[in-house]
Design a protein around this ligand. Structure first.
Ligand code: FES
Length: 146
């Protein structure tokens, strides 16, 4: 093995390690909730974003909502105490279910990527993800499904 092959092998090994670590970290911190339906709104508790690690409390950046009334799950991103985004995890290219990896949303079908605001970062998808209106009411996040 010459120097170039050795450097290439080390590079691939390093990238693989980073990718696996990133995926494992995202899996470990992903919380899935079902929420409840109240008329035309899906309701989740804001407390679902709270987490305690090593006796330190903090907030999750996002969680996933899976509810039988939804064909696809939602990713709810928390940007601050008062700013949340609810994104429908249906790819705008050909409708595959999207996967969330931290602040990135990826499509396993053809590789489109979206930001945590639903904006396309790489195609073939060209349209932003569907976003639902949200409002905070008495320690609950209410997501309008209409
Ligand atoms: S269905 Fe998502 S990129 Fe094609």
């Amino acid at each position: 093995m010459d120097r170039r092959d050795f450097m290439r092998s080390c590079g691939y090994a390093c990238l693989s390690g980073i990718a696996v670590t990133t995926i494992l970290q995202s899996c470990a911190t992903t919380k899935i909730v079902s929420g409840s339906i109240d008329q035309s709104e899906l309701v989740i508790d804001l407390a679902d974003f709270e987490q305690v690690k090593k006796k330190q409390s903090s907030f999750r950046n996002y969680l996933i909502v899976r509810n039988d009334s939804l064909q696809f799950p939602l990713a709810i991103y928390r940007f601050s105490d008062t700013e949340y985004t609810a994104l429908y995890l249906k790819c705008t290219h050909q409708g595959a279910e999207l996967q969330v990896f931290g602040d990135k949303i990826q499509c396993p079908a053809h590789g489109s990527e979206f930001s945590n605001r639903g904006v396309v970062e790489s195609g073939p998808a060209t349209e932003k993800l569907r976003e639902f209106a949200v409002r905070i009411d008495n320690k609950q996040l209410k997501i309008s499904l209409v």
